[in-house]
Design a protein around this ligand. Structure first.
Ligand SMILES: Nc1ncnc2c1ncn2[C@@H]1O[C@H](COP(=O)(O)OP(=O)(O)OP(=O)(O)O)[C@@H](O)[C@H]1O
Length: 633
């Protein structure tokens, strides 16, 4: 398998195997072609994003090995079968020079070459069959490894703890599933297996060359040892430079992702050039390390092939002398030179396998890092036991809850106690940073309390699964995003069984029905988040929340970007929802129509009351309302 420019496309190609050292298969992969091919289809590192927030780290530690082996363990038998098939193909190819030797001998002796030709044909069939099976087995396995790794990562990213997922740049995580995973494919396809088959080829060639002429083998091995040392010095540099290029491309992708998200701000600041330079600085580093890796690779191949050509010339000259001295037949010399020529490819495959495994190690290290994100709940809790909620208990109850986002940092919610009744409208109001959204995060279990208790319908959160908690809420987050897909895809997750009429009713409630009807494909129009107004996204999210019909409608600044009739429509819908269940709105301004208001400041509940009560008694609330402070204060 070879890497192509596209990180997701990895060309399947069996490791160059030797049917005949120096013949069709062998010649097809001469040094120049190999280098040329690499140039045309550069290895992934230069083409795919590989974000990392850490400093470049090319550590190939025992831990990386353990990780790589544990990722590949489930496929070990299939990889072993591939390796065995590769060994069979290699051993088959090893006999070819001996057959040629026999053919020449028989031609000199005037005897029939039919048995040799027949054997050659049989070995060719065996070789082709083994290659076919090896390619098929490894290709399939490699694709399966990538799929399984991607599946694990996607499930972890979407099923992981919110705080842990959010603290990592999204582009970084995405790259681990998209760009790192295919590197394992290469490791399966060419890495381990080419190690085994190449070693077989090298050992087999040595044995057969020794059978032909021990002295010539000795000289060849001495020369190859010198070459091996040179290659050993150069090849690790290839791996190092590749990894550094991967890191740089990764940082570039994170930079570009952030800049694209802030496109309008960047343009308004006329900062396009500065941002482009910041992105391209990493692109330049990737280019620099890519070129360094290419040169190291080029030098190693040039050294290997140049060296082997020199060895071959020496062997031809030395062998010719041995022939004239009567120590060797011409046929044996031909066979020996063929082995010499064919010797280099397994050696280079060994080196190639080494650098491929290094890339696989780097990739598995990053994949393992992503797998450190803890899942909210193990798969075993997929079918939770039913819970008996107390019908008389409040919808949600927080008792003396304290929480923080990062261990060692300040608490952002401090001893908060509040009750959300089963029906009615509760508002949580406070200045920016007061901890209002953090309370919502606690209620939705995006954040875990450090102390205190949360209850849902009288049942402590610890006795509920995350899903059991969240099914009771319909949530509109601050600046809600558009989900990938159509209008319908954006609504149905709230109630998969909803009919078109129900979808239209929800859209009508937020005054979005006419806009959707005007779209080219109505409900089935693909939405592009970037082209939707903030108000449009809020109304769509509100429609989704209304459709869910959950017990608690939790709205975090849900109308901040709305005005006029749309805002009034949502206020109407909210009032209606408050008669059926609980509505909790979070706002930084007073909410006059709420039944009860909890005023928060610096993570604490500062006061509780109705709008009129707080307006009359609390200076902060009055200040938020833009009114003069109460006289009593
Ligand atoms: N994911 C997070 N990681 C770390 N700290 C956070 C995180 N989210 C919020 N905070 C911090 O927690 C504190 C409370 O923030 P929170 O968003 O809950 O306040 P808020 O009252 O909702 O403010 P706003 O109205 O501006 O959204 C702030 O100091 C904020 O910086």
């Amino acid at each position: 398998m070879r890497r192509t420019g596209n990180p997701d496309i990895v060309e399947h190609r069996p490791p160059a195997r030797r049917l005949v050292p120096g013949t069709a298969t062998r010649r097809a992969a001469t040094a120049t072609q190999r280098i040329g091919r690499r140039r045309r289809t550069p290895p992934l590192p230069y083409g795919g994003p590989m974000p990392s927030t850490t400093t470049p780290d090319v550590d190939v530690s025992a831990r990386s090995w353990r990780t790589l082996l544990s990722i590949l363990r489930p496929y070990r038998w299939r990889i072993a079968v591939g390796a065995v098939l590769g060994v069979i193909a290699t051993l088959t190819g090893l006999w070819t020079p001996r057959i040629i030797e026999n053919v020449i001998e028989h031609l000199y002796a005037g005897t029939s070459v039919a048995p040799d030709v027949t054997l050659f044909a049989v070995l060719t069939v065996v070789y082709l069959t083994a290659m076919l099976l090896q390619w098929g087995t490894l290709g399939r396995t490699a694709e399966t490894v990538v799929y399984d790794v991607r599946k694990k990562l996607v499930l972890r990213f979407l099923g992981g703890r919110v705080a842990q997922v959010r603290e990592r740049p999204a582009a970084d995580l995405i790259a681990r599933a998209t760009a790192d995973a295919p590197l394992l494919q290469l490791t399966v396809g060419t890495g381990f297996v080419s190690f085994v088959t190449s070693a077989t080829g090298v050992v087999g060639s040595i044995v057969l060359m020794g059978v032909i002429d021990g002295l010539m083998l000795g000289i060849t091995l001495a020369a190859v040892a010198v070459l091996g040392v040179a290659m050993g010095l150069i090849m690790p540099r290839v791996g190092r430079e590749r990894a550094l290029a991967q890191e740089a491309v990764g940082r570039m992708s994170a930079q570009l992702d952030g800049s694209m998200r802030a496109l309008r701000t960047i343009k308004a600041l006329r900062a396009e050039r500065a941002r482009s330079e910041a992105v391209l600085a990493d692109a330049e580093k990737a280019r620099k390390h890519g070129v360094a890796a290419m040169w190291a690779e080029l030098i190693s191949y040039e050294t290997a092939f140049g060296g082997m050509q020199i060895i071959t010339v020496i062997m031809v000259a030395f062998g010719a002398w041995r022939v004239t001295e009567g120590h060797l037949t011409v046929a044996a010399l031909v066979a020996f030179v063929m082995y010499t020529q064919g010797f280099i490819m397994p050696l280079m495959e060994l080196a190639d396998g080494f650098s491929t495994i290094q890339s696989g190690l780097a990739a598995s290290k990053r994949i393992a890092e992503a797998e450190e994100i803890e899942l909210e709940e193990p798969a075993a809790v997929a079918v939770p036991a039913p819970v008996a909620h107390d019908d008389d208990a409040p919808a949600v109850e927080l008792t003396d809850v304290t929480a923080r986002y990062t261990p060692g940092e300040d608490d952002v919610v401090r001893g908060v106690s509040l009750t959300v009744p089963r029906t009615g409208h509760l508002a949580i109001v406070g200045p920016s940073g007061a901890g209002k959204s953090s309370v919502a995060s606690l209620a939705l279990r995006f954040l875990s309390p450090r102390s205190g208790t949360l209850r849902l319908g009288g049942v402590p959160y610890e006795q509920l699964t995350y899903a059991q908690v969240r099914e009771r809420f319909a949530y509109v987050e601050q600046e809600p995003p558009v989900l990938p897909g159509t209008v319908r895809d954006n609504l149905l997750p709230a109630r998969p069984s909803a009919t078109d009429d129900e979808l239209h009713a929800a859209l009508t409630a937020v005054e979005l029905a006419d806009d959707v009807a005007a779209l080219p494909d109505g409900l089935d129009t693909e939405l592009v988040g970037a082209t939707m107004t903030g108000g449009g996204r809020q109304r769509l999210a509100m429609a989704r929340a209304l459709l869910a019909g959950a017990q608690v409608l939790l709205l975090d600044d849900a109308t901040s970007q709305l005005a006029g009739s749309a805002e009034e429509a949502i206020a109407r819908a909210t009032r209606a929802a408050a008669t059926r269940g609980a509505v909790v709105t979070i706002a930084s301004r007073p909410v006059p129509h709420a039944d009860r208001i909890v005023l928060m400041e610096e993570g604490r509940v500062r006061a509780t009351g109705t709008h009129a009560e707080l307006l009359a008694t609390d200076p902060l609330y009055a200040q938020l309302a833009g009114m003069p402070e109460p006289v009593a204060a």
